[in-house]
Design a protein around this ligand. Structure first.
Ligand code: BGC
Ligand code: BGC
Length: 648
């Protein structure tokens, strides 16, 4: 008998009471199962899974053999911080495998210490379970540890794509990993390796670009997060990464198609298998084969195969062909699949059908933010009814446990805070500032307006000149992001002022302009994230009236006129471009606005290149490199260069 303990009825009354309390908390379907009454014993101290010298696969097998079905299903479940914070014992009672912070789900004390104390408190609840399986804490560190006030906030991915610098992206994610793990979370929901084929998508800025080859190049970030070797995952400098959202997000149809009314976010990719593999799945092949990514998040979106006759879109979370046959079996992904936010609840049918379908399709862990108890209850019932095989559950749990062992959590479950002092440090911010500078794309420069000369009288205007919230964009402190002074850092205006003593600033260009040599107008978007940022959903690619008025006023009055666009995607400037002497795409630079002034003043050269095609009009979308009759305002890859300090 390899595991006699499994057959022993626990003599420990206390533990049985916990089990009974758990049953009582759940609806009747679970309570009706007599198997739960037998609470197995804790593992002996010499159990193989507790031995760090044994190979991970041995430890996984040993632990799996000791687990009850309830414990296995618990490992497959992830709850939102907000759902369990008020009653943290749920972590123990449900034997939860994971907790996440959704966008903006922060501790009351939003400091490194506040985070680490919170995550550690949750961890102690996980360690109070019979087998002491540590909790995995996941968070959206998508441009730095962006939920934490004081973290280094990098440009969003579209700007990083403009740098064409894979080494810099690796460095960025090393810093993000270090800042994140020092505060508790050992797992990030990034990078998005989405390929944005339509800029009307409100998540366009989360993509590195429109060409899968560019996205693939930028996947060095996975190494930055996880390290280069498996052993690096144990280090307080690294985190487990998630490639998301598999696959086809960013390539969904806009508005209604022949098959119905779709929204672009969480919409439908209408494609054929060959194109899908080439455009949308290719980045995942790299993520798995070259970078050994630890987890992958399926997309909210659906796929509708042309060769099967359009009209039958299947939700990715239900897509066995793509999740299991292609990703796990063919590509060889041996990490775990984490469902997106309540995404299984979009699968047709009742909850039991949604749970069964997604588990059987291949999803391993379930982000069921506010329905963790229901999920557990439902999956247990499905397994007991034989509609989900226990072998599928074992496969899912093995994948999750493997990550926990590789992260070293069984040996060091609590936060290693040794790098907390580096969070938002000058050294980290210097890297972000360089990333900002390298991401700037110079699209027009007549009469060599740029770089600026140091002694010029500079007039700065525009809604995004002095607003760090706007320049950081969505997924900053809150889910949707916010205008205003929300994080420490440097605005673009402050960066300009660091370089010149002759600056007049007037947001709405109402201050007198006489005597100014150069006008800088900073236009752009206000923050948004998922769904909210979709064109047609309150947003547009067109410039606001205020931005147009500022361009008209400043460019009409000052000899040399420079326009900066601070936005998550190209905006329509076709009719205003002739008025500008220089035009720069600044993207969403994040906390280090001084990186913008570094190129404006020639401390660094302009060398960013467009990661997406720039449309002439909103109606021209989608427009992508390789299209027939390709005729954007600026083509993919465009970007003028300047030499350093050329005017001094
Ligand atoms: C988003 C994911 C994110 C998750 C957790 C979802 O709505 O689609 O990208 O990782 O929420 O915040
Ligand atoms: C959360 C996000 C999540 C979204 C999904 C928000 O409340 O903060 O993290 O992605 O809901 O709808």
């Amino acid at each position: 008998m390899r595991h006699p303990h499994r057959r022993v009825i626990s003599p420990r009354i206390g533990r049985s009471l916990v089990a009974i309390a758990t049953i009582a908390a759940l609806p009747s379907a679970v309570a009706a199962q007599p198997a739960l009454a037998a609470a197995p014993q804790a593992a002996p101290a010499d159990a193989a899974y507790l031995n760090p010298r044994l190979p991970v696969s041995k430890r996984v097998d040993d632990l799996l053999d000791r687990m009850t079905l309830e414990e296995k299903v618990g490992q497959m479940t992830q709850a939102e911080r907000g759902a369990i914070d008020g009653d943290r014992d749920q972590i123990t009672e449900l034997a939860l495998g994971s907790v996440l912070s959704g966008g903006g789900s922060v501790p009351a004390d939003n400091t490194p210490e506040g985070w680490a104390d919170m995550v550690d408190a949750y961890q102690s609840k996980a360690l109070a379970t019979r087998l002491k399986i540590p909790l995995l804490y996941g968070i959206d560190s998508v441009h730095g540890h962006n939920n934490l006030v004081g973290a280094t906030v990098f440009p969003h991915n579209i700007g990083m794509g403009a740098t064409r610098n894979p080494g810099l992206v690796r460095r960025q994610q090393e810093i993000t990993a270090k800042e994140t793990r020092a505060t508790g979370p050992q797992w990030v929901f990034g990078p998005c390796v989405c390929v944005v084929r339509d800029l009307r998508w409100g998540r366009a800025y989360e993509a590195y670009g429109e060409d899968p080859r560019l996205v693939i190049e930028m996947e060095t970030g996975i190494e930055g997060f996880q390290g280069r070797h498996e052993r690096d995952l144990k280090s307080p400098r690294h985190v487990l990464a998630t490639a998301k959202h598999y696959a086809g997000d960013g390539d969904t149809v806009f508005g209604s198609s022949t098959t119905g009314d779709y929204t672009i976010d969480q919409g439908v990719t209408v494609t054929d298998r060959r194109t899908f593999a080439k455009v949308n799945v290719a980045p995942y092949v790299t993520a798995v084969k070259r970078h050994d990514v630890g987890s992958i998040m399926p997309s909210f979106s659906s796929v509708d195969w042309k060769e099967d006759g359009v009209g039958n879109p299947v939700k990715m979370h239900a897509h066995k062909e793509l999740l299991t046959d292609v990703l796990k079996n063919k590509i060889g992904f041996d990490g775990f699949l984490i469902s997106d936010w309540a995404a299984i609840q979009q699968i047709p049918g009742d909850y039991a059908t949604q749970v069964r379908t997604s588990v059987n399709a291949g999803v391993d862990m379930f982000m069921e933010p506010y329905s963790a108890p229901q999920f557990i209850e439902t999956l247990l019932a499905e397994v007991r009814a034989g509609r989900v095989k226990e072998s599928r559950v074992d496969d899912a749990v093995s994948r999750i446990l493997k990550a926990k062992f590789e992260l070293g959590l069984f040996e060091k479950p609590y936060t290693d805070r040794r790098y907390a002092g580096t969070i938002g440090s000058p050294a980290h911010r210097a890297v972000a500032r360089r990333a900002v500078a390298e991401s700037q794309v110079l699209l027009k420069n007549s009469g060599r307006a740029l770089p600026l000369r140091r002694n010029e009288e500079i007039y700065v205007a525009g809604t995004n000149a002095d607003d760090i919230g706007n320049q950081a964009g969505g997924w900053t402190v809150t889910w949707q992001g916010e205008s205003g002074d929300i994080i420490p850092g440097t605005t673009i205006l402050e960066g300009i002022e660091q370089n010149s003593g002759n600056v007049t600033y007037s947001e709405d260009a109402s201050a007198p302009m006489s005597g100014s040599d150069v006008g800088i107008v900073v236009v752009g978007e206000t923050p948004y994230a998922e769904g909210v940022g979709d064109v047609g959903n309150g947003h547009t690619l067109n410039l606001s009236d205020a931005d147009k008025a500022n361009i008209d006023k400043v460019c009409g009055a000052i000899e040399t006129c420079v326009v900066l666009d601070v936005a998550g995607r190209p905006q329509i400037v076709t009719d205003r471009l002739p008025k500008m002497d220089a035009f720069v795409m600044s993207w969403l630079p994040g906390s280090e606005g001084a990186g913008v002034s570094d190129v404006l003043f020639g401390k660094r050269p302009f060398k960013g290149r467009l990661p997406v095609s720039w449309p002439r009009s909103e109606d021209q979308e989608p427009v992508n490199i390789g299209d027939r009759n390709y005729d954007p305002l600026f083509p993919y890859g465009y970007g003028l260069r300047t030499r350093r300090g050329h005017h001094h």
